[in-house]
Design a protein around this ligand. Structure first.
Ligand SMILES: C[S@@+](CC[C@H](N)C(=O)[O-])C[C@H]1O[C@@H](n2cnc3c(N)ncnc32)[C@H](O)[C@@H]1O
Length: 288
């Protein structure tokens, strides 16, 4: 966890980093659905979301899993999604409109300070957001407070770096070229909640009971080396943030080195496939 004074700065940087990739997330929407839709189903099932429910989604980004939850709760239910990056939420709103979904609202808000009434949601979800928060305990405390007794919160985070090569391969090469120190594994970042028991422990400390943790394998597939490179450069906020700090020459050399590494994963059809792993953790707010 970070010291208190750094929180505002960290959250502002997150907002800027994710806003900078919002248009790419809109362009890569169908790739995202192909690779990540199974997580929406898993989160909705494990949070026990049913027709008529009012649900909360933390760090909705461009609308996942909030939009899938909105379909599940139907016209008698509603979904509130929050995210710190306004441009990501603009995409989420456009997607809702295109999909004809009108029972979802998105609010720009830091997930560590949600403004909702106590005991007001039937379930809550979060997909790949919690690990970027400077104070996970505060965020989970807020979700616990906002849930009705008996309601469940279910979150997905990436597991260990060595089980998520699609992402760490590019990050490792860039760190060498940028001459940056290896990131502190306990600082907020893509894998900071991936160790077995870590998020489950935070959930239990926040008061959730019946906490269940599952490691879920997923195949990440990119149709070509070129697609992988553009996807990493344009869509992965942590990758883009490092690239922006490099001079043009180092950036070009780093990209060549990434191409060389990623070619090792090329399959006969020219696609790139990696086995990845996420942790899905679910807990319940005990009945009073
Ligand atoms: C990897 S994206 C995931 C987005 C979406 N849930 C999905 O799975 O497609 C991470 C999201 O977390 C959001 N985020 C990061 N820090 C946040 C904070 N302090 N409060 C709210 N959202 C935050 C980012 O803006 C970004 O939209």
């Amino acid at each position: 966890m970070m010291s208190g004074g750094d929180h505002g700065e960290h959250v502002n940087k997150q907002r800027d980093d994710w806003n900078a990739v919002a248009d790419a997330w809109e362009r890569y929407d169908s790739w995202l659905s192909d690779n990540f839709a199974s997580f929406d189903k898993a989160l909705i099932e494990r949070a026990g979301i049913r027709p008529g429910h009012k649900t909360l989604d933390l760090g909705s980004g461009t609308g996942n899993p909030a939009l899938a939850a909105a379909r599940m709760v139907g016209p008698q239910g509603s979904v509130v999604g929050v995210d710190v990056a306004d441009k990501m939420l603009d995409v989420a709103r456009r997607r809702a409109q295109t999909m004809g979904i009108d029972n979802v609202e998105f609010h720009v808000c830091h997930a560590g300070a949600i403004p909702f009434a106590d005991d007001s949601f039937d379930a809550a979800t979060s997909r790949f957001c919690l690990m970027f928060l400077p104070d996970v305990a505060a965020a989970l405390g807020g979700v616990h407070r906002a849930l009705k007794p008996g309601a469940r919160f279910t979150a997905a985070v990436w597991s260990a770096p060595d089980k998520n090569l699609s992402f760490t391969l590019a990050m490792k090469v860039l760190q060498n070229f940028a001459d940056a120190p290896s990131p502190d594994p306990s600082a907020p970042g893509p894998f900071s909640l991936g160790a077995p028991g870590k998020l489950k422990g935070y959930m239990e400390e926040a008061g959730f009971t019946d906490a269940i943790e599952e490691a879920i394998p997923v195949e990440m597939s990119f149709p070509s080396v070129e697609f992988y490179i553009s996807n990493m450069k344009e869509m992965a906020a942590p990758v883009r943030a490092i690239l922006e700090q490099m001079d043009e020459q180092s950036r070009a050399r780093a990209m060549d080195a990434i191409v060389e590494e990623v070619k090792k994963f090329e399959t006969p059809d020219g696609a790139i496939r990696f086995n990845s792993e996420a942790m899905i953790v679910s807990g319940m707010k005990a009945s009073a």
